[in-house]
Design a protein around this ligand. Structure first.
Ligand code: ADP
Ligand code: ZN
Length: 681
């Protein structure tokens, strides 16, 4: 694993693996079949890119989206890795370049669109170039049940068989059914090594709020994050348009995105989002898989997502770079009704629908959670965790109350009216409101009439929402959404179980006040961060690439906070690999320090490592001895690359050193160099 750690640092500029990555890389390097489930933004790509660098020959990467592939290829090239893509989006020159690199045996990673697998030439080509391994990104696209199904993915199993090489599959979709389908289709049912972990994304702040005035809630959230890139997910296309307008009127740069738009218009939004700093996209879930921007600072749900998996995938798009990111999910009784009816009205077989209700229940359980949200969320994915201290519930514990009595009253109101009514009418009965409907139906004669005067309307709405959230009542699609009791409610009705409910905190009063703007760094470092971002923007524009391809926010934040004073310091910043240091290090350093001392390119390659310090010592010793110990001999020196070799190989005996330096130089410098090396070890 030593080599992996070295590559991790030199090529990608990272100090260590994220949870789960190390083991997956190891399994991949050992040539085992792998199925890895990691959350969006967990760092999947590294898990196949690193093994690809460590093995001889080419690794083929199958990925569903051209934009995503091009992005990864660009990122890899920036880091000095030979990678290429064969897609329908290529220019002829690009395709030629990929072929040249393949023929010359230079290419390490070949990205391939699944459509390519349909053509007979592809397999022949892959055989000829001696592919050593296959990696499949977004592997859940083989699942016919999922909404991302790609028929061409079904050919991957065939490809694996034909090439007879190890395959690693990656996805963020965690449910068991999808996993099993992947195993059947990609591995012919032969069990791969499964990795299901690293689900925690500690930099993402989790928060839910019951809908109160949803538009104002979203605007308030965006207002506190002005200038930062964000996504607002909406349940309907119409809402994306109206909300994006509202954000625009509030002074944000915002645009909308949904599946009903022309492909060209959607592409424009995607490109803008990738390139621009601080754009807000208001979208339906159609804005999804292709979003690979690592510096999205926040995600808001204006409506409840459809399942806990969907929720995690959507908020997971925030903060991929590891810098702090925030989320807010709004939900209300209407959302629950809508999601339930979508499941009930779908075409799926009954078992499937039951499973979908279960996944929705899990999300609702998270929405109505009484303690740490992260703990609840990770628990669903099978991970145990302590309270995180960094979610809305840890920061502002909710007030709870024993809701057993209230729930029984509500159930009774529903049962006594034949389960024919929705919450509005039931609340009128409970509160003793003599509305026309109540009188007409004679519901003022019920024993339940007026037994719930201890809550106001909002209070009862919160009770009903939570009852739906706990799946004690479900809207019945055949009765226009009238609430029906479920089996889960029976023990409470019978007095055999109790239930704790949360009192919704009233956030209304402060809603209009302007919240403090959340900054990414403290006040002192903010000007430097803006200057670094400006430099990044200039470089990105010059190269026509998204800004994050140069450096991510997180890397710039670290620069602003730690203020590296030399290229050595710069090399220690996370996200600064050798190639990027060489290409951009001086540019950014000059922003920080104002000017830069020149550094020999050979020395620069050692920047940030022990070998760098060693090199400096050797250089000094050499200068002292350039005319021998007496200072009278013929001048002699070692080239930078010789010094670098000594610093890297660290010979411990004179013979080894002589092999590097040759006889003459070793005579002059050998003993002194060995002293330096000994001191340093
Ligand atoms: P996903 O799992 O969604 O495909 P990516 O592979 O795009 O996620 O990785 C998300 C981000 O995390 C990228 O910006 C990547 O550079 C960064 N990243 C991945 N691994 C590490 C690591 N070990 N240390 C620091 N950053 C990392
Ligand atoms: Zn918490």
């Amino acid at each position: 694993m030593n080599q992996a750690a070295t590559l991790l640092r030199d090529v990608f500029g990272f100090d260590g693996f994220r949870p789960g990555q190390g083991e997956i890389v190891e399994a991949g390097c050992a040539g085992r079949n792998v199925l890895a489930i990691m959350p969006t933004g967990g760092g999947k790509s590294l898990c196949f890119q690193l093994p690809a660098l460590m093995r001889d020959g080419v690794t083929v990467v199958i990925s569903p989206l051209i934009a995503l592939m091009r992005d990864q290829v660009r990122g890899l090239r920036e880091a000095g890795v030979e990678a290429g893509a064969l897609t329908s989006g290529n220019t002829p020159e690009e395709t030629d370049a990929v072929w040249d690199a393949l023929e010359a045996g230079r290419l390490k990673l070949l990205y391939l669109a699944p459509e390519r697998l349909a053509s007979s030439g592809t397999l022949q080509m892959l055989r000829r170039i001696r592919v050593q391994a296959i990696a499949v990104d977004e592997a859940h696209c083989v699942s016919q049940w999922g909404h991302d199904f790609r028929p061409d993915y079904l050919r991957i199993g065939e490809l694996r068989r034909a090439l007879d090489v190890p395959l690693s599959a990656f996805t963020a979709t965690a449910d068991r059914e999808t996993q099993d389908e992947i195993v059947t289709r990609l591995f012919d049912g032969e069990e791969p090594e499964r990795f299901l972990r690293g689900f925690d994304r500690p930099n993402i702040h989790l928060a839910f709020q019951p809908k109160d005035n949803p538009r104002r809630q979203v605007l308030g959230f965006a207002d506190a994050r002005r200038g930062q890139s964000g996504i607002v997910y909406c349940g309907t296309r119409a809402k994306t348009e109206s909300l994006s307008r509202a954000l625009g009127e509030d002074g944000h740069t915002a645009c909308f995105y949904h599946g009903g738009m022309e492909a060209e218009d959607r592409r424009i939004v995607e490109t803008r989002f990738a390139r621009e700093d601080g754009l807000i996209v208001v979208a339906t879930v159609a804005f999804g898989m292709g979003v690979d921007k690592p510096d999205i600072r926040w995600v808001a749900h204006a409506d409840l997502p459809k399942s806990i998996e969907a929720y995690y995938q959507e908020i997971g798009r925030a903060g991929r770079d590891g810098a702090p990111a925030e989320t807010l999910t709004l939900y209300g009784a209407d959302d629950i009704r809508l999601r339930r009816s979508q499941i009930d009205e779908g075409m799926a077989p009954p078992e499937r629908r039951a499973a979908d209700h279960g996944r929705l229940n899990a999300l609702l359980g998270l929405a109505e959670a009484l303690e740490c949200r992260r703990k609840t969320l990770l628990g669903y994915f099978g991970e145990e965790a302590e309270a995180c201290g960094h979610c809305d519930l840890c920061q502002n514990p909710v007030e709870t109350f024993d809701g057993t009595e209230a729930v029984r009253k509500a159930l009774s109101a529903a049962l006594r009216t034949g389960e024919w009514f929705g919450s509005g009418h039931l609340i009128d009965i409970l509160m003793g409101n003599e509305t026309d409907k109540v009188r007409q139906k004679g519901h003022d004669q019920l024993p339940t009439f007026g037994v719930g005067r201890d809550f106001d309307k909002r209070g009862w709405q919160a009770v009903f929402r939570q009852m739906m959230g706990h799946d004690l009542m479900r809207p019945d699609p055949e009765r226009h959404g009238a609430l029906q009791m479920t089996e889960a409610a029976r023990p409470i009705l019978r007095g055999e179980a109790t239930i704790t409910l949360r009192r919704d905190s009233i956030v209304k009063a402060q809603a209009r006040r302007r919240p403090a703007v959340k900054a990414m760094v403290n006040e002192e470092d903010a000007p430097l961060l803006s200057a670094l971002k400006a430099k990044r923007r200039a470089l990105a524009e010059a190269a026509s690439v998204p800004a994050y391809i140069i450096f991510t926010d997180r890397t710039l934040i670290e620069m602003a906070e730690t203020r590296p004073a030399s290229l050595d310091d710069m090399a220690r910043i996370s996200g600064v690999g050798a190639k990027k240091l060489e290409r951009y290090g001086a540019d950014f350093l000059s922003v920080i320090t104002g000017d830069v001392a020149e550094m020999h390119p050979t020395r620069r390659k050692l920047a940030g490592r022990d070998a760098g310090t060693l090199y400096d010592r050797l250089l000094q010793v050499q200068a002292d001895l350039s005319r021998g110990e007496t200072g009278t001999e013929k001048p002699l020196s070692c080239s930078a690359s010789l010094l670098a070799k000594v610093a890297e190989r660290r010979p411990s005996v004179p013979e080894e050193l002589e092999q590097i330096l040759g006889e003459r130089r070793s005579e002059r410098f050998g003993a002194a160099f060995l002293d330096v090396l000994r001191e340093a070890s």
